[in-house]
Ligand binder design. Structure first.
Ligand code: B12
Length: 269
């Protein structure tokens, strides 16, 4: 994958690229033979490249205060909050992910960078969410058993809560039985699962089976997301919906609720 080394800090190489992402090119830049390429949606981002680069660098070095102040600076320059997340902070995590895969970075170092992302998110949070207070539904959310990645889950929760859903956060590495028990306890109507490692999609399937075995599948809408799944695997495992991005989580949640409601009304007539 093409990647530009920009500068080097003692001990840790910092690089930046709008790398070819697992997400759709419409959300992130991609590299063409001509260099950096942008969708029309991203054209305004081009103007602010240096600041996105700096944000990426601050996340990669795990510098939380610098990330925070650069996020503020980016906003001051007119950058969209989602662009800061998707085009500044997330590409840094992609690069760190590659370094993790190549054993050139340690897990504690990644954790420090995750801290920097969380610091940046603390500034973005109020801007990413709408202040809608009407309760739309109760969601049980967790990262599935065997998977400790929690950042994506936390952003999805932030979006759902900000859009009028009550979310019960089960945390990460959550066994199937906990999802079922939490749904009963909180009278939830949606289950949202996140997973980033390959095995997670199998575990998600197991969780869906657990709801079937408990006789609850008809009452619960299930949405999944994270790097381990895509639309195809989500459908294959029997989920009601797949979300590529946290920004669309509230719309998806509403859609699955409406679908369930329509199905129920058809059954009652
Ligand atoms: C940070 C990180 C870690 C941290 C996690 C800290 C934490 N508390 O979250 C630590 C250091 C602990 C870690 C550990 C490991 N990691 Co890791 N990690 C990453 C890294 C760099 C970033 C992940 C991240 O936070 N992304 C940012 C968030 C915001 O993105 P996201 O989770 O995808 O979520 C977005 C969407 O997917 C969506 N979304 C997510 N969930 C849901 C759910 C719903 C319902 C919806 C609608 C949407 C949605 O919304 C989010 C925002 O838009 C990735 C590389 C990468 N680029 O993803 C590797 C990566 C995921 N890790 C990987 C690996 C291999 C590991 C380890 C096995 C390494 C090891 N040697 O031990 C362990 C796994 C331990 C375990 N059992 O889980 C691999 C997974 C490969 C695979 N296919 O299995 C990756 C891809 C790195 C790589 N290139 O190899 N990791």
């Amino acid at each position: 994958m093409p990647c530009v080394i920009l500068w080097r800090f003692p001990g840790r190489a910092i690089s930046w690229s709008l790398s070819k992402s697992k997400r759709s090119p419409s959300k992130r830049g991609s590299i063409s033979k001509k260099g950096l390429r942008f969708s029309s949606e991203q054209s305004k981002v081009r103007l602010y490249m240096p600041i996105l680069e700096e944000i990426s660098g601050a996340v990669q070095t795990g510098n939380a205060p610098k990330t925070k102040s650069l996020v503020e600076k980016g906003l001051g320059q007119g950058l969209e909050p989602w662009s800061i997340l998707n085009d500044g902070m997330a590409p840094a995590l992609d690069i760190l992910g590659e370094q993790l895969r190549d054993y050139t970075i340690s897990l504690p170092e990644i954790m420090i960078s995750v801290g920097a992302v969380r610091a940046g998110l603390s500034i973005l949070k109020p801007l990413l969410i709408n202040d809608m207070k009407t309760l739309k539904g109760v969601v049980i959310m967790g990262t599935v058993q065997g998977d400790v990645h929690s950042l994506g889950k936390d952003i999805v929760i932030m979006m759902l809560e900000g859009n009028g859903f009550h979310v019960v956060d089960l945390g990460a590495d959550v066994p199937p039985s906990h999802f079922v028990e939490a749904c009963l306890e909180h009278k939830a109507n949606i289950v949202a699962m996140s997973g980033l490692i390959t095995i997670s999609k199998l575990i998600m399937g197991n969780i869906i089976r657990a709801f079937e075995n408990a006789g609850m599948r008809e009452q619960i809408s299930i949405m999944v997301g994270g790097g381990s799944v895509d639309a195809l695997s989500a459908r294959a495992m029997g989920a009601d919906a797949y979300g590529e991005d946290a920004s669309i989580a509230p719309q998806i949640a509403l859609k699955v609720l409406k679908k369930k409601f329509k199905k129920k009304s058809r059954q009652n007539t």
